[in-house]
Structure formats: C-alpha cells, structure tokens
Ligand binder design. Structure first.
Ligand SMILES: NC(=O)C1=CN([C@@H]2O[C@H](COP(=O)(O)OP(=O)(O)OC[C@H]3O[C@@H](n4cnc5c(N)ncnc54)[C@H](O)[C@@H]3O)[C@@H](O)[C@H]2O)C=CC1
Ligand SMILES: CC(=O)C(C)=O
Length: 264
C-alpha cells in the first residue's frame, strides 16, 4: 500500500507501539507528526523517520491537556500542509485492585486514555473537515476493551470507553467521509508490559516475568504480539484498502438464516 503524499499524526510515538506505527507509516511514504510527553525520545524517533526520507515533526505535548495538544497538532499540520491520518495511540496502564484505587488514580488514567482520545478525535476531525479531506482516525483500544481483566479493571474500563467513542465518532463523522476505527492488541512486548509485570509481581508476589509468561502462554498463535504486528494493521487502516471500513471493532449484525432458521 502506498501512503505517499499523506500526512499522519501519531501520539505516544516516542517508543513501543506508537514509534513502530510512525516508522511503518513513514516506510509506506507518509510524512509524520510524532507527539509524546518524552521530549528526547520523541525527537530521536522523528530523526529515525527522517532517515527514511520522510518529513517529521516532533511535538512534546500531553494529550490530556486539550488546548495545548490541539494547538500544537494544528500548528504542525499547517507546517506540513495538512493532515490525513490521526493515530490516537498514547495511553498509560494501571495495575491495582478496584477496591484500592483512589480518585486521583481513576482521574489520571481517564484524563489520558479517554479524554486524550476525545481531544485527538476533535482536533483531527476539525482539520479534516476544514480541508474537505476524508481523513482516517485510528484509536488504541485493547483486548481489555472487550473483556475486563483482574487488577486491570480501571485500565479495562478506559479501553471500553475508547471502543464506545470509536463507534460513536464513526457514526457521527461518516457523513464527512471520515472513518474511525481502532486496534485491539492482546499482549504486546513493550515497556508497558514490563511495568504491568512488575506491578503484578508486587501485588501477587509472583516472580518478575511470571505474569507476562503466563499471559503469553495463553496466546493461540504461540508467541507474543510485537509492536510491528500492530503497526502492520494500523498501516492497513491508514491506507486505501480500508476506505470502506469504519467503526471497527464492531459486533457484526446478526442475520437470520436465509432458510428461515434464526441463528443463535
Ligand atoms: N503493550 C500492550 O500489551 C498493549 C498496549 N495497548 C495500548 O497501545 C498503546 C501504546 O502502548 P505501548 O506502546 O505498549 O505503551 P508504552 O508505555 O510503551 O508507550 C506509550 C507512550 O505514550 C506516551 N504517553 C503516555 N502518556 C502520554 C500523554 N499524556 N501524552 C502524550 N504521550 C503520552 C508515553 O510517553 C510513551 O511514549 C496504549 O494506548 C496502550 O494502552 C493496547 C493493548 C495491548
Ligand atoms: C496492556 C493491555 O492492554 C493488555 C491487554 O495487556
């Protein structure tokens, strides 16, 4: 697929899945706006994009700060000549029993994982609409957005919210030709999982590495997902071949059996 001539923004692009997405979209020909709270590493990631022959702008911004996030994104899009693809990837995890979680902790993760996605949808949709572009919005959900996991309850609830936002935005923005989808990885071997494993071991007493191993052993394909696996799917959602896909993931419409029997 070619993304030549396209401009993509990726949040949380300093490392992990976001960085892999930024580099993959650049390899497909897109110029990239990379945004993260980590200044040094996001600038380094932008240099890697430039080394692929693409234009890159590194932004240091916090997606939970609506005004600053939206203003820096708009400036960068103006500088590069527009925006075609918005990847709302940045997010944080939290490992804690529901009974122990504090109001500050709940507020923090919802401000980043949920509000940050809302501000990203708003900012990019307004840029697409102003330019008349049929842009693509792609949000980071998770398998935890489909099933609540023990000790990941608050995190899971933020990802359920991302799924709802994706579905609603897809319906609201379809008339502007904007598609809205999300990716829902399982266990991806990034720093996020290093942190989850460490926190799980503090809470449960399991050895370091044991929780990660247990989760990975349950994967049907027999190996952990990589950031590049996720980036490949996001590249598909960014390109022309996915033009008629919106509101992914969704529960497929249940159809009656044409022979007259109802499916169960
Ligand atoms: N690693 C995994 O197993 C899975 C991850 N995900 C989701 O994928 C996304 C990326 O995850 P990873 O790359 O694994 O995480 P990571 O922790 O390795 O990287 C996240 C990046 O987001 C940035 N970030 C965090 N808060 C930010 C904020 N307020 N504003 C701007 N940037 C911020 C961090 O600085 C970091 O560079 C997250 O939304 C995560 O919830 C979903 C399913 C599985
Ligand atoms: C971090 C995350 O989303 C999972 C499911 O591990």
């Amino acid at each position: 697929m070619s993304l030549s001539g396209k401009i993509a923004a990726v949040t949380g692009a300093a490392q992990g899945i976001g960085k892999a997405i930024a580099l993959r979209l650049a390899r497909e020909g897109a110029d990239i706006i990379l945004l993260d709270v980590k200044q040094e590493t996001v600038e380094q990631a932008a240099k890697e994009v430039e080394a692929l022959g693409r234009r890159a702008i590194a932004l240091t911004a916090d997606i939970s700060n609506r005004d600053a996030f939206q203003a820096t994104l708009k400036d960068a899009a103006d500088q590069l000549g527009g925006l075609d693809i918005m990847v709302n990837n940045a997010g944080i995890c939290q490992v804690k029993p529901i009974l122990d979680v504090t109001p500050e902790e709940v507020e923090k993760i919802f401000r980043i994982n949920v509000q940050g996605v809302i501000w990203g949808i708003q900012a990019s949709a307004k840029i697409f609409q102003a330019s008349g572009k049929k842009g693509k919005i792609i949000n980071a959900c998770s398998i935890a957005g489909h099933e609540g996991f023990p000790l990941l309850g608050i995190y899971s609830s933020t990802k359920f919210a991302v799924r709802a936002l994706t579905q609603s935005a897809a319906k609201e923005l379809a008339s502007s030709g904007i598609t809205v989808n999300s990716y829902c990885p399982g266990i991806v071997g990034t720093d996020m999982w290093v942190e989850i494993d460490k926190r799980m071991s503090e809470i449960t007493g399991a050895d370091i590495g044991a929780t990660y191993k247990k989760y990975v052993e349950g994967i049907a394909l027999g190996r952990v997902e990589t950031a590049d696996d996720v980036a490949g799917f996001v590249a598909f959602l960014s390109g022309k071949d996915s033009d008629y896909i919106t509101e992914l993931p969704r529960v497929l419409w249940r159809q009656n059996d044409p022979r007259g029997k109802k499916d169960s």
